[in-house]
Design a protein around this ligand. Structure first.
Ligand SMILES: Cc1cc2nc3c(=O)[nH]c(=O)nc-3n(C[C@H](O)[C@H](O)[C@H](O)COP(=O)(O)OP(=O)(O)OC[C@H]3O[C@@H](n4cnc5c(N)ncnc54)[C@H](O)[C@@H]3O)c2cc1C
Length: 546
């Protein structure tokens, strides 16, 4: 069977759906093909146990709440409702009950005054003052990063977004460019050491920053820590009904604009035609043998999946693409419990709304990362817990709760050759115990446990080597280097009509929608007559030179 549309999107992850929505809104006939039976890729929610809604991937939406994607596509009209995570961060006291500062938890709220009061009580006045100033200095810088994330990653555009952050502000003179550059290129740990004295505060912020993958000792990770400055304006959110509320709303928006999503019939290969010097996309063939012809394909799946779909038609830029996929990342537990985690010395309102950053010293992170480097399971796992059923009763029946526990770092390939299916239960039990150390009684509250290892994430969600960000988020694979320098422009040189989106591309993983929107904007720009003329002149010029 053959059908024709104006654009095919491969992959119904949130980036693919964002791309499709923008194209359909511009009047194009669009079909999204998805290999999975579930919509949304790593932004999806399923009924894991009767009446219990459990996310398959992401749970806390951070970047998308700053990207403008939700507002531009009016997703609230299509059913998306976010619950603000406020307080957005909680780090337990190292000695709950202690009358001194070590008995007090750290609570990060949208309200900066309240946050500083919490820091003052747990870490002292000096760190509270430093934190206030940190938010003032890094707020505009992180906002510039948000703008750069929403744009193509060319050097010119990057400079245009980042240049204004040095402007004189609040009575302070211009910050020299070199100072800003070294701040951004430095590590998160170095940034924290420059600003703060208390190890507890540094540990909580480093654990937040490390959620992107690289350890905060790595160059270029400062901005991952400094993202917190933005959370005093808009906190992370979780959609009512689970993370998949976002992709459901995107699909509804797409349908309203005439687009369609086909689940369970993914792309098997890209259709390509044209002479050798002017190869161009002609559509896709799906696994069921359907041929969908289209002059545009947006591949919003893993870039290595795109390479396979192109097969022998992959031009060198794609055929040779070998981005750093890494060696696994997180171990995720989805626990059905009969109680919420209870942290001594902290109220439920303080501790259960956002990210429970269960780490009190960066040495814990360093050890876990060191074990990962050696290809081993962490001897002392560091957990991050989220319990959104505390604020969303639609997730579980009364008296029950869903608690997600994210443990980092867990290698995909274990140095001793162990099989993940054999070690999963032991690793899971150890991670549960790590939460129980901070929230006594948690282990006993667990009724059912769904374990997602790096291997099972690859199997279920197509995340190569269990990397939830598709490609590593280190400095050498961000911006104009993502997924590779040759493919960083969202177009594929040598194969006209093929565009790349998704976490493999700028600005990387996490729930943001940025790359889907950028790819769609490029498609639309390339359809304008002037752009088509430019492309044709360029092609003839190259042919004449050969
Ligand atoms: C367990 C876990 C927890 C996470 N937690 C968070 C979090 O709390 N906050 C956060 O911001 N981020 C989080 N992330 C990361 C974030 O969810 C992802 O980086 C992001 O959702 C990637 O979205 P995407 O649309 O780019 O790609 P994906 O979601 O990977 O979507 C790609 C889609 O392409 C499909 N596909 C692949 N091959 C084909 C084919 N041949 N034909 C058709 N379709 C195909 C796949 O099935 C998939 O649906 C988490 C991820 C995981 C897995």
């Amino acid at each position: 069977m053959t059908s024709a549309v104006e654009a095919v999107v491969v992959g119904a992850g949130h980036n693919g759906l964002v791309a499709a929505c923008h194209l359909a809104r511009a009047g194009l006939r669009v079909e999204v093909v998805e290999r999975d039976e579930v919509l949304g890729g790593a932004v999806s929610t399923v009924e894991r146990w009767p009446g219990v809604r459990v996310d398959r991937g992401s749970s806390a939406h951070v970047i998308i709440r700053h990207s403008g994607v939700v507002e531009e596509l009016e997703l609230e009209r299509f059913g998306l409702r976010y619950v603000d995570c406020d307080p957005w961060g909680f780090a337990p006291a190292p000695r709950p009950g202690d009358p001194g500062p070590d008995g007090r938890p750290l609570v990060f709220s949208v309200d900066l005054d309240a946050t500083c009061a919490s820091i003052a009580a747990a870490c002292g006045e000096s760190d509270a003052r430093a934190y206030r100033r940190f938010v003032q200095v890094w707020g505009p810088r992180s906002a510039a990063v948000v703008r750069a994330f929403g744009d193509r990653p060319t050097m010119g555009r990057l400079v245009r977004h980042l240049w204004p952050v040095g402007a004189p502000r609040a009575g302070q003179p211009r910050t020299p460019g070199g100072e800003i550059a070294t701040d951004f290129l430095g590590s998160g740990d170095a940034l924290l050491d420059r600003w703060f004295g208390s190890e507890r505060l540094k540990a909580a912020l480093a654990w937040f920053g490390a959620q992107s993958g690289p350890p905060m000792s790595e160059p270029g990770t400062a901005a991952m820590v400094a993202w917190v400055a933005l959370l005093h304006e808009v906190p992370p959110g979780h959609p009512v009904g689970g993370s998949g509320g976002l992709t459901q709303a995107l699909a509804a928006r797409l349908a309203a604009d005439g687009g369609r999503v086909t689940l369970g019939d993914g792309a098997a290969r890209l259709l390509v035609d044209g002479p050798p010097d002017a190869r161009r996309i002609a559509g896709v063939e799906t696994t069921s043998g359907r041929r969908i012809t289209a002059p545009v394909v947006v591949a919003a799946c893993h870039v290595l999946a795109t390479r396979e779909l192109a097969g022998d038609d992959a031009p060198p830029a794609l055929a040779d693409a070998d981005p750093p996929v890494g060696n696994g990342f997180g171990l995720v537990l989805r626990a059905l419990t009969d109680a919420l985690p209870a942290y001594p010395g902290a109220t439920a309102a303080e501790s259960l709304q956002g990210l429970q950053l269960l780490c009190t010293d960066r040495a814990q992170l360093a050890r876990a990362h060191g074990d990962w480097l050696a290809g081993e399971l962490p001897r002392e796992p560091v957990p991050l817990a989220m319990s959104f059923s505390a604020s969303d009763p639609t997730l579980a029946p009364p008296g029950q709760h869903v608690v997600t526990i994210w443990g980092q770092w867990y290698p995909y390939t274990l140095a001793d050759g162990s099989d993940w299916d054999a070690v999963a239960d032991t690793a899971a039990a150890q991670l549960v115990r790590a939460v129980d150390r901070f929230a006594p009684g948690f282990a006993d509250s667990v009724q059912r446990l769904h374990v997602q290892t790096p291997l099972s994430l690859e199997r279920e969600l197509g995340l190569r080597r269990g990397n939830v960000m598709h490609v590593e988020m280190g400095l050498a694979s961000m911006f104009g280097f993502r997924p590779t320098p040759a493919l960083a422009g969202h177009r594929v040189p040598g194969l006209a009509g093929l565009y790349l989106a998704g976490a493999s591309t700028h600005p990387g993983g996490g729930v943001s929608g940025n790359s889907g929107r950028t790819a769609a904007r490029l498609v639309l720009a390339d359809r304008r007559p002037a752009a088509r003329l430019r492309a044709e002149v360029g092609r003839r010029f190259r042919a004449a030179r050969r």
